[in-house]
Design a binder for this molecule. Sequence first.
Ligand code: SF4
Length: 384
Amino acid sequence: MGFSLYIHIPYCESKCPYCDFNSYGVSQWPEVEYVDALVGEMETRARTAPWAGQRVKTIFFGGGTPSLFMPASIAGVIQAADRLFGLVPDCEVTLEANPGTVDQSKLVDLRAAGVNRISFGAQSFNPAILKVLGRIHDAEQTRQAASMAQRAGFERLNLDLIFAVPGQQIEDVYRDIAVATSLGPDHISAYNLTFEEKTIFFTAMKRGLIVPLSDDEQAAMFEVVRTELPRRGYPMYEISNYAPAGHEARHNLSYWRAESYLGLGAGAHSCALDDTFSQGVRWWNQPLPSRYLAAVAERGIAEEGRELIEKRKLEQEFVFLNLRLRAGFEFREFERRFGEPFDARFGEVTAPLVQGGLLVRDKDRLFLSDRGLEIADSVFAQFM
Ligand code: SF4
């Protein structure tokens, strides 16, 4: 069956004020040492359960800004994964890229390195909104990047959009969707801006320097996104993700389906489930890049902490991760994994949510209703 491999590249040219990812604005980065550490960590993990003997079905280079790295560095990591685990024949290899960090030859070299899906952080095509978001690229660079990627042979292309940015109007959301879809990606992610602790936006909000859009404005923009994208040929398959059938992000699907994944790099998280789904283990790496490098040099891994996930928690996570998917999940899949009928475990929680019109239960599956989508987090909380 194989597993999903996440590779974290923590460096960016500058830190965006809304970003709470483990990323660092730098003018130089220790690329050779970092790639050596990724490969060293991979070698250690490849010798241990449950990864030894399993093949890689998807690779995702996330960050940070992985497109800051040279294609030869990315190729080195992909080749190491192939050598140490083996890649399945149709392995999906995604790389996140900032449109301001690529040119035609870099994209051609990334494609030749084995990257077969590219994801650009477009965010918006409105210069004022890009400025609020502190992005280093402009709208024209995104247009160029998408067209260069297609010329370089990337048939699988994602564009990320952000909505509910202070100052943004409903018309901006329509326009961003129109421009994004006109560039011909096969996948669009659209995220509602959130104000996360430890970000510049959060501090500014606390000081009253920036005011989030009201709940009603945010809900209205989400409604535009989830009706306009399908109208233009991009059905919603996950709360923030839209693509025609067969073009879903397979790597991310493995998270939403609550499968095992191995994360390498500074701050990366991993999750390994046992064969019987009676328990799992989650662990996370040292987030600071310099300490990550030192830890891998010393111990071959950079694990900073781990937790055992008991069966009851695995069951909860299975439900709320799968409910993110538009199609939800099949009851028989729950029973196959956990050895008990879904209703025996969650029937009492589910019934009032179905009666209240937040969940839909057809004969063999459970999924969020349109109204449930709007308040998905509070629906998920009922299963915790
Ligand atoms: S480029 Fe992406 S990862 Fe880097 S700071 Fe901006 S949002 Fe965060």
